[in-house]
Design a protein around this ligand. Structure first.
Ligand SMILES: [Zn+2]
Length: 443
């Protein structure tokens, strides 16, 4: 079984004066022990053990010193010690608890010397790492070393975690893989569509209205608190509240997207590459149409992490025109309304299509060896262009309007086409977007 390692970071919630004193004692005593063992030139575990045993330290700290000091003299070849070493603790100190009912959901059982002296201390975690914290508490990931450091005004805890990852048993560029395009947006948080033998299959939609509502509410609330000169802890507390709620949504949405991908044979997840957007597109308007950059990156990261854990490869493609290109014919069409893509190519069987699904299909196509051969043809651009990302680029295309004759000739054909398209759209809309909720997070 393959494993991957990550370092989790948390800030201790401001401890009481009593706990603060205990933590300071721990840090000072640890540093004294470390310096004495280092200065004594201890290069084995037993030599270190002899020096540190009398110290008033928890056994997890002594054990960590027994590992660490010989390394300093050996592998690291350290000549002298800094004064600001963090407390190192073996993984036996990795006792955490989680409860959604608490303000800080995760807590750490901080080790102390002697019996019955440990205490719980709440952790402010990095929201992007919440999934791994859960894995740690649930035993799906295992802890390595812990490091506790005192900063100017706070304490930081680092925990190394090792978690299993499945290696895909197929090549990412194989002929028989299923490309699954994921389009990240605001109305729909994630829209996915798989390409089976080049045909779009069974789309997936994760509704984004709750995230959108929360972000708006967070913005207003924090702004109001700042205007009122509210205490910093009050602002932080509200900020954490919204972050946690948004994290729940991100976790659920990314997990659902990966589960969706898992339902296909030899899945390869395809997402847009953000770096191209920064370099070549109008980043601001692109993100206005989508989701704020931080949420976009966070969602992509969590999808990537979860895909990795599930053994699903991830590919990134260029994002230009993914929302404005017709997935069926490759023409640049337009977004008739926020949710609808309209193809302006009269020869095409698509007239209107759900916009995000059209985007997801295009994303998947870009990774498909056959996808890029679809020509990017300009078409009529008589559309309202409010808020779309590539305004400046699209208008530079020549407008090619069909002649009247052509239009008349196609009228009856078009009507037929609309009927069949309507049918396929019914199939698409029959798939209901699922609203992420906090209640069944982490199943
Ligand atoms: Zn088309």
């Amino acid at each position: 079984m393959e494993t991957a390692t990550k370092t989790l970071e948390a800030t201790l919630a401001p401890p009481t004066a009593h706990k603060e004193g205990k933590l300071c004692d721990l840090l000072e005593t640890y540093r004294e022990g470390l310096h004495e063992a280092f200065d004594a030139g201890c290069d084995t575990m037993s030599a270190t053990s002899e020096v540190v045993t009398p110290y008033d330290l928890p056994y997890q700290a002594k054990a960590a010193l027994c590992n660490y000091v010989p390394q300093l003299h050996g592998a690291y070849g350290a000549q002298e010690l800094d004064d600001d070493h963090p407390v190192r603790l073996t993984n036996q100190a990795a006792e955490f608890d989680h409860s959604p009912a608490r303000e800080y959901e995760f807590t750490w059982w901080a080790p102390q010397p002697g019996r019955g002296t440990n205490f719980w201390i709440p952790l402010r975690i990095n929201p992007e790492q919440e999934g791994l914290w859960h894995d740690l508490v649930d035993g799906d990931a295992s802890a390595g070393q812990l490091r506790l450091q005192r900063n100017r005004t706070s304490w930081t805890l680092h925990v190394t975690v090792e978690f299993p990852v499945e290696e895909p048993d197929y090549a990412i560029d194989g002929d028989d893989v299923t490309h699954i395009g994921l389009d990240i947006g605001e109305t729909a948080l994630i829209t996915g569509c798989a390409l089976k033998d080049g045909s779009p299959t069974g789309p997936f939609v994760c509704d984004g209205s709750r995230a959108k509502h929360l972000r708006k509410e967070m913005h207003t609330t924090l702004k109001r608190l700042q205007e009122r000169d509210a205490a910093e802890w009050r602002i932080n507390e509200r900020f954490d509240h919204y972050q946690n709620a948004l994290t729940d949504i991100v976790e659920k949405a990314s997990r659902q997207a990966v589960e969706y991908a898992r339902g296909f044979e030899k899945p390869v997840i395809v997402m847009e590459n953000l770096t191209y957007i920064r370099e070549e597109m109008d980043y601001g308007s692109y993100m206005n149409r989508r989701l704020h950059a931080w949420a976009f990156a966070r969602l992509q990261n969590r999808v990537k992490d979860k895909a990795r854990e599930a053994g699903i490869p991830v590919e990134y493609v260029r994002p230009e025109y993914t929302s404005q290109t017709c997935h069926a014919c490759g023409y640049i069409g337009n977004r008739a309304t926020q949710g609808t893509f309209r193809c302006t190519n009269d020869e095409c069987r698509v007239t209107e299509f759900q916009g995000d699904i059209n985007g997801a299909i295009n994303v998947a196509r870009r990774a498909d060896p056959w996808g890029e051969s679809v020509p990017l043809k300009p078409a009529g651009s008589d559309s309202p262009r409010g808020g779309s990302a590539c305004d400046s680029t699209t208008t530079s295309f020549e407008t090619a309007k069909p002649s009247r004759d052509h239009e008349r000739r196609n009228a009856s054909f078009k009507r037929h086409r609309e009927m069949s398209e309507k049918h396929s759209q019914m199939t698409l809309s029959a798939f209901h977007g699922s609203e992420p909720s906090t209640s069944d997070n982490r199943t």
